[in-house]
Write a protein that binds this ligand. Structure first.
Ligand SMILES: [Ca+2]
Ligand SMILES: [Ca+2]
Ligand SMILES: [Ca+2]
Length: 149
């Protein structure tokens, strides 16, 4: 009986987790073509807020490669809940190695919808540039990121 209960628990956990992580988001960024625009020594986190759910502090880092280099497009995969329609995205830099990014695009692969947020300037933990910006859609699938005061 105990064994059956354990099996059912594993089975239900598997069902819940596969249902919960129903969506893969592909996140792409373009780093500016400027000196020092790249990031090696800071961490960049993305939080996504949607009508159905939210996901906090996804680190933009592929462990097997040097990401966020000057004038490069990087792609990151986030497996998570279905967030619904994106209402905002927050990009936060932790550290003193500043990052300049042109845009960040969030592709919901389950629906094919892509939100693109333009920024075109710096995040920096050690200057007057903001460390955190909020990106919001203005038309249906694109918008801008800006510092919140
Ligand atoms: Ca830098
Ligand atoms: Ca890098
Ligand atoms: Ca990396």
């Amino acid at each position: 009986m105990k064994r059956i209960a354990g099996f059912l628990l594993v089975l239900s956990t598997l069902m819940v987790s596969s249902a919960a992580y129903a969506t893969t988001y592909i996140i792409e960024t373009l780093t500016c073509n400027l000196d020092d625009a790249d990031v090696d020594d800071s961490q960049v986190y993305l939080s996504l807020y949607g009508t159905a759910n939210q996901f906090s502090y996804f680190q933009l880092d592929n462990s097997d490669r040097d990401d966020l280099e000057r004038n490069a497009i990087d792609a990151f995969q986030l497996h998570t809940f279905d967030l619904g329609d994106l209402t905002s995205a927050v990009v936060e830099l932790v550290g003193d190695d500043g990052w300049c990014f042109e845009w960040i695009a969030i592709n919901d692969t389950s629906t094919g919808r892509v939100w693109t947020f333009y920024y075109g300037t710096w995040l920096d933990g050690d200057s007057r540039a903001p460390q955190l910006v909020v990106c919001t859609p203005e038309s249906e699938f694109s918008g801008f990121c800006s510092a919140v005061r």
